[in-house]
Each structure stands twice: as C-alpha cells, then as structure tokens.
Design a protein around this ligand. Structure first.
Ligand code: FBP
Ligand code: MG
Ligand code: MG
Length: 336
C-alpha cells in the first residue's frame, strides 16, 4: 500500500465520503481502538508490568478471572464512559449492564465486549484479543436503558470487530460494508490500514476444534471431523490440517487471513447449555465479520446473526468460516 491510511482517516472517509457511518459511531469506534492500543501496551509489558496471573476472583460465568481480564475491562469502561456516544455497556466480566453515569453526556449506542479473549493464553505468551459489538438503543424503548435493550439479534449490529494482540497488534473492523484490517504502528502510535475488502475462500483444507472433546460431540460434528480425518482416502478426497489456538480471536483471525473452519459446538459435558461461547460479545461480532468477508456462521441449525437472545450472557454453538464447509456441517445437522 503506497499511501498510509490511518484508522481515523478511514473512518472519516466512511462518514464523509461514503455517508456510511454517523459521526457519533465514528468517534465511538475510535475510542474502542484507543482502548485496544492501551490494552496492547499492557499485554506487551507482561511480567514486567505485573499483568500476568490470576486475580483470585470469578466472573458471572463462574470462570476464574485473570488480572488482565480485569485490567482490559476497566480500560474499556473508563475510556468509553465519558465520550458521549454511549447509553450503556455490557461485558463478559460484568454480571449486568453498565449504565453511563449521569454526570457524563448520554449517547444512543450500546457497546458489548469480551475485554480479553483467550484468557488461558495470557500467561503463556500466546495470542489473545478483545472482541466488540455495537448496537443502537432500540427506538421507542423509553428513557433509561435496561438489559432488554441489549437483547437484539446480531443482524442489528452497526459495528463489530476485534483486536488481536499477537506478534503484531491488528484491529479488524466491519461497519457493514466489508472487512478492513489495521496494524498498530507502535512508533507512530496509530492503527494503519493494511488490508481492505478481506475475503475468506469458500473452500478450505483446515479445521479448528478442540479435539479433546471428541467423545462429547453430537453425531453431525463427529461425522464431519471423521470425514476430514480420513483425508485423501476418505469421502472428502483431500488431506486436512488442524489448528487450535484456544483464543477465538486468533483462530478467527487465521480464518479471515487464509480460510478455514472454526467450531465450538454444543457438547454433552454441559448438555443444558447451548454451547461454550457467548452469543452477544463473542459469536455475533465474529459471525458478522465472517459473513462480511464472504464466509458463513451458524449454530448448526440457523444463522448466528438471526438468533434472538433471551439473556445477556447467553451461550451458543458456533460453526464459522469458509462458506462451503459451514454449509456442509449445517446440512449434516439438519440430516441429524
Ligand atoms: O479451552 P477450550 O475449551 O479449548 O476453549 C477455548 C475457547 O475459549 C475461549 O478462550 C473463551 O474466551 P475467554 O477467554 O474470553 O473466556 C475462546 O477464545 C476459545 O475459543
Ligand atoms: Mg472470549
Ligand atoms: Mg474473555
């Protein structure tokens, strides 16, 4: 790319030239990006910054929180609460929604995030990230904000993205007209556009799933993986490769970069839960990014973006990535 385009300029062009996003949304995305930059600095300090290790507390999902889960959550809340663009926020790390305090100007957007995705990878220096989703407060929902205002399907998102903290820090964004990637230039302190119009190839020879759960899977998932494992000699007639980073952000980033299919399906360990991943701030933003890049995302039965949430921390089965593979796995679910 001959001319460097910063995230700010990209968003201003989306606002002014394309008329695609309102200025309030542009400013909101910039604040989220600034928060990610600051989380990236904390991640980079590692043991030197005292950010590794457990915080000896649990979140609403009963998971032990890491120090960085809490730090990232605080960074996002503090940066976004006074900007005037938001009505409220919701996070994996908070039981209920966070209302923008009355002393700050109120906006019309709702911000949801997984402040630190891939927590089990923090202490071992493997890629982690932040995932975010932006909704609009529903019209006619009256004064104030309630949890019910957040319970909108992913198809209503107005912006979504993630920032992966890996060998590079990369912010990936959609506002509904394709997917763009921005790499953090640490010397300049700004995100620079490094790829536009990201496309996921429709076919792939790479799958991502936690194979240790194989005995707990449902028949359609077993069938799909079994066929992949048979390689050239099997019904697929080709050898497959496997990757599992255990950070959804990093696995999805690989899929947006070179294709592949990612699955965290329902399994028999906790049959009453629809899946492990959270719908509103993990699956929905990733599903929208993947669809915007020409891929597909389902829960095995329906499009993730069409799922109507009934609670903030709702879980969902996730199958996403290269379109032909996702269609195949979804068809296997329909066949039973
Ligand atoms: O350890 P497992 O069961 O393979 O789960 C890995 C999955 O859990 C997650 O880490 C959940 O995210 P959090 O770290 O935000 O809880 C996903 O990023 C990842 O895909
Ligand atoms: Mg997560
Ligand atoms: Mg998390």
């Amino acid at each position: 790319m001959s001319q460097r385009i910063s995230l700010t300029r990209y968003l201003v062009e989306k606002q002014r030239v394309d008329g695609h996003i309102p200025s309030q949304l542009r400013l909101l995305i910039e604040v989220v990006a600034r928060s990610c930059k600051s989380i990236s600095h904390a991640v980079n300090k590692g043991a030197l910054g005292g950010v590794l290790g457990s915080a000896d507390s649990e979140n609403v999902q009963g998971e032990v929180q890491k120090k960085l889960d809490i730090i990232a959550n605080e960074v996002l809340i503090e940066a976004n609460e006074w900007g005037g663009h938001l009505a409220a926020m919701a996070s994996e790390e908070m039981d209920s929604i966070y209302l923008v305090p009355n002393r700050y100007p109120q906006g019309e957007y709702l911000l949801l995030f997984d402040p630190l995705d891939g927590s089990s990878n923090i202490d071992v220096n493997v890629s982690i990230g932040t995932i975010f989703s932006v909704l609009k407060k529903p019209e006619g929902s009256g004064a104030g904000v309630s949890e019910a205002d957040f319970l909108q399907p992913g198809s209503k998102q107005v912006a979504a993205g993630y920032c992966v903290y890996g060998p590079q820090t990369t912010l990936v964004l959609t506002v509904g007209d394709g997917v763009a990637m921005f790499t953090l230039d640490r010397e300049q302190g700004s995100f620079v556009l490094t790829q536009e119009d990201v496309k996921i190839p429709a076919d792939t020879k790479e799958f991502a799933i936690n194979m240790s759960n194989m005995r707990h899977w449902d028949t359609p998932v077993k069938r799909y993986i079994d066929e992949c494992l048979q390689g050239k000699e099997g019904p697929r007639g080709k050898d497959f490769n496997m990757r599992w980073i255990a950070s959804m952000v990093a696995d999805v980033h690989r899929i947006l970069t070179r294709g592949g299919v990612f699955m965290y399906p329902w399994d028999k360990r906790e049959p009453e839960k629809p899946g492990k991943l959270r719908l509103m701030y993990e699956a929905n933003p990733m599903a929208w990014l993947v669809e915007q890049a020409g891929g597909a995302a389902t829960n095995g039965r329906e499009r993730i973006l069409d799922v109507n949430p009934t609670k903030l921390h709702e879980r969902v089965s996730v199958i996403l990535g290269s379109k032909n593979e996702v269609d195949r796995i979804t068809a296997y679910h329909r066949e039973g």
